[in-house]
Design a protein around this ligand. Structure first.
Ligand SMILES: Nc1ncnc2c1ncn2[C@@H]1O[C@H](COP(=O)(O)OP(=O)(O)OP(=O)(O)O)[C@@H](O)[C@H]1O
Ligand SMILES: [Mg+2]
Length: 281
């Protein structure tokens, strides 16, 4: 059991300190629910792990956590043990393979919690202690533009907006981006367009979002790629199977492998401080 006093002492210790490790924390959000944040972050993480990248995925949806269900894993501990101060973050990790680790949420809760500011600060402090163990850390947030989602995005190194080509979804992603601007969050902003009929539809959707964002907010976005709509995605979720693991020949799988190539290139470019590039080729 970790006492409140120790938490406060650790938080005080963190004051004035900046993480000195490289940037590797990506927060996935969308505004509109159901765009595919969880599906995309899971399968992106799995694709990266196949290429030898070490990835940690954390289910940060405090109300409707469902990653464990999508993977058909019954975790022995969840992030709730951490929130309650009973465990350190590293103690609630579930290892699916050497390269793919998870921290699951508590699925099936009905008490609609919000993450408090000091819980989010403590989470990122603990993350900074383990982030060097990973190439990528993905934070999957819940639907909506709540204050805690904005705080999570504000603390992450990169914001990844998962949108679909629907105008309502584009508008919600725009609102999320505007919220970050209003709150002076200057994390780098990446976009994935999911559920596309084809690549050109996804490109057009990105252009629309990027134009609005640049025109009204002077904020340039980076497109990581597009993912096709495929009925097999829903079947994989019904069967509680990781899509990429079971659909080698799907265009969606090809999309994910192109996406990780773009991501690796983006990280390389970001590291040498060139911002605002569209890596969609
Ligand atoms: N590329 C795709 N093709 C077809 N269906 C998809 C695709 N991506 C996601 N879906 C479907 O969209 C639904 C929502 O996906 P998911 O749960 O990942 O969204 P989410 O953004 O995490 O939702 P929430 O906002 O509730 O957390 C799933 O039922 C899945 O079947
Ligand atoms: Mg989700």
């Amino acid at each position: 059991m970790i006492g409140q006093a120790q938490r406060i002492a650790e938080l005080k210790n963190l004051e004035g300190k900046k993480r000195d490790e490289s940037k590797n924390i990506y927060a996935f959000s969308s505004g509109k629910g159901g765009t595919g944040k969880t599906f995309v972050s899971l399968n992106l993480a799995y694709s990266l792990s196949l290429k030898g990248r070490k990835v940690l995925v954390i289910d940060l949806d405090p109300n409707l956590a469902n990653m464990d269900i999508m993977l058909d894993i019954k975790p022995t501990s969840t992030i709730n043990e951490f929130y309650k101060g009973r465990s350190l973050l590293k103690e609630v990790i579930t290892k699916r393979s050497d390269y793919l680790h998870f921290i699951f949420g508590d699925s099936g809760r009905a008490d609609f919690q919000r993450l408090k500011d000091d819980t989010i600060a403590y989470l990122f402090m603990q993350l900074s202690k383990i982030s060097n163990n990973y190439d990528y850390i993905f934070l999957d947030t819940g639907a909506g533009a709540s204050e805690d989602v904005v705080k999570i995005l504000a603390n992450a190194d990169f914001s990844v907006f998962v949108t679909t080509p629907e105008p309502t979804s584009i508008m919600d992603a725009y609102v999320m981006i505007k919220l970050l601007c209003v709150n002076s969050v200057d994390s780098e902003k990446l976009v994935i367009v999911n559920k596309c009929a084809d690549e050109s539809e996804g490109r057009q959707a990105f252009q629309n979002l990027n134009s609005a964002s640049y025109h009204f907010l002077r904020e340039k976005l980076n497109c990581l790629g597009t993912i096709r709509y495929d009925n097999a995605v829903s079947r994989s979720i019904i069967n509680q199977k990781l899509f990429i693991e079971n659909n080698d020949d799907s265009l969606v799988t090809t999309n994910f492998f192109k996406l990780i190539k773009n991501l690796d290139e983006y990280v390389h470019v970001a590291n040498i401080n060139h911002y605002g590039s569209d890596l969609l080729s």
